[in-house]
Design a protein around this ligand. Sequence first.
Ligand code: PEP
Ligand code: MG
Length: 518
Amino acid sequence: MRRSMPEAALKGVGVSQGRTAGPVVRMAAPPVLPAPRRVTDPGAEAAAVAKALDALAADLERRAAHAGAEGAEILEALAMMAADPQLREQAEAHVRDDGLDAPHALDAAFSAHREALAALGGYLAERAADLDDLRSRAVAAALGLPMPGVPDPGHPFVLVAADLAPADTAGLGPRVLALVTERGGPTSHTAILARGRGLPTVVACAGVMDVPDGTVIGVDGVTGEVTVGLTGAEAEGVRESDRRDRERLAAGAGPGRTADGHPVRLLHNIGSAADLRPGAEGVGLFRTEFLFLGRRLPPSHEEQVAAYAEVFAGGGPVTVRTLDAGTDKPLPFLGLPAEPNPALGVRGLRVDRVLPGVLDAQLDAIAEAARATGADVRVMAPMVTTAREAADFARRVRARGIARAGVMVEVPAAALQADELLAEVDFLSVGTNDLAQYTFAADRQHPGLSDLLDPAQPALLRLVGMCAEAGLRAGKPVGVCGEAAGDPAVAPLLVGLGVSSLSMAPVCVPVVREALAA
Ligand code: PEP
Ligand code: MG
């Protein structure tokens, strides 16, 4: 029976497993500049400028000290930008010469720096976005408002945000107990990253930004229920019921099979070696772009080899997906131009059209890491649309001594041509997140379209079935690695349609195993 919801409850879309409870800390929105004040004491105003910049640099340095190696490097570079004496001098000049108050003087100084950087083009122009973020933080400090960006209150908390960028989600610290966002869709990359970390997560939760900081809320990552204003005993009850569920599910470990004994390989989706979990039958989707989110400089050959080898050394077959950059997964080091319709533009394998060399360099690094570790490595490409693209990709993979090449089916055209694709490659992996987005013409990040993006939609299942049947005809494996594979209500349908493996966030494996066994 479904639990009745208490009065103080909000409803979003649950996108992970597990429940927890904890105090809310909201991520502040960028400040809105109020109308300029008349400056009567320029000395005090200049001191306020200096104080805001000092607070900004100190905050960035404090966060750098707690971040991982790469994060620390970025934050330290930002702290240096905040401490730049030229910037400070310009802001003070705006107070002295133009009579601006501290927030407006800071705004003007950062804007001038931004324009100068943007005009330089290339890599430096990319850093202009960093200055926007610093500007918001400095202005907030001068206005006495909380600084925007992911907060760190120094104790465990539930992070509540209007929305969160994938790069922010990837960098969330261990004190974040759960994540609730007002916007976002169930298959957005923020949801995927949060699920990968095993974080109870609810997206598209209207009204959650109105819950005051410090309020204890319960977050159910499955049902999407957010209960507001829990007592200490109620919060402990939520955590206890979650512990009981985990224990029950852990008791059923073992390979995946249906009630009548049909084996179904249950594989893990990962973004780096840190996501590897014991007991997997293999990795079905290694999203290599997650290694380099937010990176401003391209990874070297050696760095790529090391990152791939770390995953391959984890044992079990690994299916690596080549870089899937674009739309909500920007890889700044690629320097791809902005597009009016990025989801329909140059993303995934299509990047090879405009930046030849990136894919070949990645394939070289994957092949070297595979040789060095002796692991069973398969490679697949994202966003493949035609059999010709599949043939070209497979040729380049095999030329490097990697025996098995596959492609993802994420575009309806690819599903309609499943037989032709399988004539060129060794396996297909259906990416239901994008396949749903492109089949229903519904943005996967859109908070209001989750009914269309429901993986149980008959049109999506029909396309999956077409791929699975093509696989049976060709005698080649066809798996599903989109989020549908980790949904215990949908996984049995996918198996019924004939798919041979399901790849999902590790946290989803126990519930899917239980659903198949039933
Ligand atoms: C998919 O589209 O289903 C998929 C697995 O790829 P991603 O979610 O990384 O776009
Ligand atoms: Mg995809």
